[in-house]
Design a protein around this ligand. Structure first.
Ligand code: T46
Length: 133
């Protein structure tokens, strides 16, 4: 599956850490940054794929699970460290769940928001990946 964990460079001293994300860390040009917060522990986010958009997900605080499907396989990645980013390329179904209290999920995206880029129906996603292999 076309996912990857990327290390976010850290500047560390006795007063704490700084995580720095510059263009060389991200394998695409950054067009948008957004974040999910105040997510109830019972909530599921995502439940869609993107045709073009790629993104990095970072647990800035707390933890959550990312369930990934590419039409043939499934993987579950727990994000719980602010110096680790999950790269999700296009055509991968994602669901986010098991948010801890205070979890913040930052997303760095390759595209601006465009509803036409979403596939929100799982059967349509399976058809789409079959055709676009
Ligand atoms: C992903 C997960 C981690 C906008 O108007 N602009 C935006 O930039 C975004 C992200 C959303 N919206 C609107 C579209 C929907 O009416 O906000 C509503 C909820 O958005 P969505 O269903 O995309 O939310 P999530 O949290 O399920 O998914 C988002 C990203 O879309 C998605 O790429 O991987 O966060």
């Amino acid at each position: 599956m076309d996912i990857q964990i990327i290390d976010i460079p850290k500047i560390k001293n006795a007063n704490g850490n700084i995580g720095v994300i510059e263009n060389d860390v991200v394998p695409f040009d950054i067009k948008r940054v957004y974040y999910l917060y105040d997510v109830p522990s019972s909530a599921k986010r995502g439940g869609h794929a993107h045709k073009k958009l790629q993104q990095l997900l970072v647990a800035l605080s707390g933890s959550f699970d990312v369930v990934l499907k590419d039409g043939t396989g499934k993987q579950i990645i727990t994000l719980n460290k602010p110096d680790k980013a999950l790269l999700i390329t296009s055509n991968i179904w994602r669901e986010l769940e098991n948010f801890s209290s205070g979890a913040v999920c930052m997303v760095i995206a390759s595209e601006v928001y465009e509803e036409e880029d979403y596939i929100r129906d799982y059967e349509s996603f399976l058809e789409y990946v079959k055709i676009n292999k």
